[in-house]
Design a protein around this ligand. Structure first.
Ligand code: ADP
Length: 492
């Protein structure tokens, strides 16, 4: 099949979170299974540094926005047989000549523009596309551009699949935003199409809603999350359109790229291991990693203390309040704690800055308020436990990476966390599948109860075997890619 992915992120080149890992990992697996995969991405100025062999094709795509024509250069590179296409805009607002991927007040205009150029590029290529696979609100206008405009210009896409990685971010916009890219905005201000139904502003449009209505297949990133988004809290106001389109909604849990996340070969680690090691060998290697992490971060060199970590964006979704509660519990109970992540929410970041100050002289805790993949890898490998107390979690990748690196997850039972982590004490689950600590309520007392059990099991030497057993679990892309291919092959 000729599969085209359009995405804002692709690991490790353009990455903010799990979206990047997923588009990268899925593309690799699809190629391995004989598919022809092209991924279209925005070109940022720093791309050339990250992939020096990226090539300017000298092709130019001319796109109209606000009645002005703009040139866009097309760059390309083949990475592990995946064809990457980058769109470099020469728009006067320099939409993608920026440091960050998101976070600008014109994000809507930037990604509508990117999507339009991507579709104009595909139109220009004149190739039949078997599957156009789109991701999140950033590319949500593409199905609309195809079905309402480009299809009648002899462009052929046999199937449009849309994956929602997070229902919280929907791309709410004005009619003017659509007019700017040449769409008849009035037509879309209709309950059956793009009109936003969750706010009092009846003039508002919702791009994610449009993608759900217009795509042939809609997927989200775990089975539990696919059920949660039929409810008001889960869908952030899109529950009606999700229900109306339930027949084409499927939950496919994310996989993990087992080449990219491989503790046997990870060059950032001092101690390497794989499921072929014995339990004793695994724990010798884990200990080397723990000691290395402690020494790099200036933590007390005490391997008898359980090491807890948190890696991720410090946003409301990830339960920052519970992370704070967990920190004080862990430190008061004699554990160590390392956090890697920062918050785009000023108030939240301020609270964590204060916490860092409070623990300034404590040798059992370290905060790193930045994105740092080498550090994250050392943390995954050196820790005993990772805490993920999310309010909601469409899939979550950090629990999967942690298990691959023999670190035990402590999670709230929601979305993909509920689908991939099963409590070590849950007698309703086969012993083989019990791989972590799970609490249900978004509440500190349940979290503390899980932490207490984790501390006890660590002290009684029970956690070593759980971590070892988890190495055998398969969270690779093998099964999820099969599910995607089955959906891609379904008749519309
Ligand atoms: P989300 O997509 O909601 O951010 P996921 O758990 O699905 O959360 O994926 C997060 C990805 O980003 C993982 O690969 C994780 O290791 C990585 N990540 C998040 N924050 C950081 C950070 N501060 N430094 C390094 N990697 C990070």
């Amino acid at each position: 099949m000729n599969i085209v992915e359009i995405s804002a992120e692709f690991a490790p080149i353009i990455k903010v979170g799990g979206l990047a890992d997923v588009v990268h990992g899925l593309s690799m697996e699809l190629v391995k299974r004989g598919q022809d995969v092209t991924v279209i991405l925005p070109f940022f100025p720093w791309i050339k540094k990250k992939i020096p062999h990226v090539r300017n094709t000298k092709k130019t795509i001319v796109t109209c926005e606000k009645n002005q024509w703009h040139n866009n250069s097309i760059w390309e590179v083949i990475q592990d047989q995946v064809h990457l296409i980058f769109i470099e805009d020469h728009h006067p607002d320099r939409y993608f000549s920026r440091e960050n991927i998101y976070g600008y007040q014109d994000d809507i205009a930037r990604f509508l523009y990117f999507s339009k150029v991507a579709m104009d590029f595909l139109l220009n290529e004149k190739k039949t596309i078997d599957v156009l696979h789109l991701h999140d609100w950033h590319t949500a206008i593409c199905p609309i551009l195809y079905k309402d405009i480009l299809q009648s210009h002899n462009m052929t896409v046999k199937k449009i699949a849309f994956t929602v990685h997070n229902f919280q971010h929907q791309g709410k916009c004005s009619q003017q935003n659509l007019r700017n890219i040449g769409l008849d905005a009035k037509k879309y201000l209709n309950k059956e199409l793009l009109q936003d139904e969750s706010s009092d502003d009846l003039e508002l449009l919702n791009l994610l809603k449009g993608a759900i209505v217009y795509s042939d297949v809609v997927t989200t990133v775990s089975k539990s999350y696919a059920q949660e988004v039929v409810q008001k809290e889960g869908a952030f106001g899109l529950e009606k359109v999700v229900k109306d389109n339930k027949g084409k909604l499927f939950g496919i849990v994310n996989g993990l790229d087992y080449e990219e996340w491989n503790p046997e070969k990870d060059t950032h680690l001092k101690g390497h291991f794989s499921p072929r090691n014995t339990e004793k060998e695994l724990h010798e290697a884990k200990l080397v990693n723990k000691q290395n992490l402690q020494s790099e971060l200036g933590l007390a060199p005490d391997s008898m203390k359980p090491m807890f970590i948190s890696i991720g964006r410090l946003v409301w979704q990830k339960g920052p309040e519970l992370i704070k509660e967990a920190i004080s519990y862990i430190i008061n109970s004699g554990g160590q704690f390392v956090l890697c992540g920062s918050s785009p929410e000023k108030d939240t970041q301020k609270k964590f800055d204060e916490l860092k100050k409070m623990y300034n002289s404590n040798k059992n805790i370290h905060f790193h308020f930045d994105y740092n993949e080498p550090l994250a890898r050392k943390m995954f490998a050196g820790a005993d436990f990772i805490i993920i107390p999310s309010k909601f979690e469409p899939c979550g990748l950090t629990q999967l990476i942690a298990m691959r690196y023999a670190t035990i997850p402590i999670v709230r039972k929601t979305g993909g966390l509920a689908d991939t982590v099963f409590d070590v004490d849950d007698k309703n689950v086969p012993e083989k599948a019990r791989n972590g600590y799970v609490f249900e309520k978004d509440d500190a007392s349940e979290l503390f109860e899980s932490l207490k059990r984790a501390f006890n099991d660590f002290k009684n030497n029970k956690t070593k075997h759980i971590a070892y057993k988890n190495l055998e679990l398969d969270h690779s892309w093998t099964e999820p890619a099969k599910e995607y291919l089955a959906l891609f092959a379904l008749k519309n």
